[in-house]
Design a protein. Structure first.
Lengths: 149, 149
DNA sequence: GGGGTGTCGATGACATGTCAACGAACGTAC
DNA sequence: GTACGTTCGTTGACATGTCATCGACACCCC
């Protein structure tokens, strides 16, 4: 039904890719939870925060960078604050805003998680691609992700 | 952080692909909801059910086919039954089990949804790939998705 | 400097998914 | 035929995500 008006090649390609689209994130997410007790969302927040020099970021900017809604990040940050991974401070520049920052605890958790995560990404993904395939994948991914929303 | 021990090429490739991994399902899901009022999960249940000749499937078999947990499908099927998209019957072969079947309503909703969905998959994905790229993507997707869990 | 407009983060209602636990029914071995 | 372990679908508690709404504040323009 799904692919009633696709050619045979298109249908097979789309089917195969759709399987990857569900299986790969599920596997990486399971590895992450097992190795570090983090959800993929936790990991994304921590790693994005850690990219800033002072490990601080205004909520709205972090949300924009990750392409999350402010609501989603507000909910998630509250939970992560409860676990001591990040802290929240008032923004001195804007009394409406708030600054999220990675705690030392959060940073340590992230470093340990990253060590495992890289292994996971390799063993479940990168190790099974030739460099040509990776180049093709990168080009096509960029092209499609860059399409207007 | 994420990619601290990846080569430059690996990091760029993985980053680009990760963007696709989140952006594409989000866009297709939005299209689906807008065009048909279905969630991606709804659509998957309906289209998988419709593949059987009699549009009937034991819950456990449907769950296995879609690689869902029985719990997830039980929850989801209950909601879809409430909307009249599917029905639930006792399994004559096994008094523990139940048979899900696509209602006429559900089938009509699916047909309309599929019409739009194909357009969506084309315009957001297939139309932007050469046939060579699609072939590469299919091969690599199959290889990676087929890895053990 | 005051008023309208827009942005910020928080919140509550809701939809969805996971997990562990459960009772009922199955199937096998005795 | 009955006792045992397994499988079935359901359920409840919980984690997570969306959306609409809100009060507080910022910004702009007069």
């Amino acid at each position: 039904m799904d692919t009633a008006w696709l050619s045979e090649d298109e249908e097979q390609g789309w089917r195969a890719f759709r399987r990857l689209l569900t299986a790969l994130p599920a596997r990486l997410g399971r590895d992450l939870a097992r190795d570090s007790g983090l959800s993929p969302a936790d990991y994304e927040v921590l790693s994005t925060l850690s990219e800033k020099l002072n490990r601080r970021w205004a909520l709205k900017d972090l949300a924009a960078k990750m392409e999350w809604s402010r609501s989603r990040l507000s909910h998630h940050a509250a939970r992560m604050q409860g676990r001591g991974l990040i802290d929240k401070e008032p923004d001195p520049q804007d009394a409406r805003g708030c600054i999220l920052h990675l705690t030392d605890d959060g940073f340590m958790v992230l470093e340990e998680a990253a060590r495992h995560h890289v292994v996971s990404v390799r063993s479940r993904f990168l190790d099974h691609l030739s460099s040509d395939e990776l180049a093709v994948l990168r080009k096509l991914s960029t092209r499609i992700a860059d399409l207007p929303d």
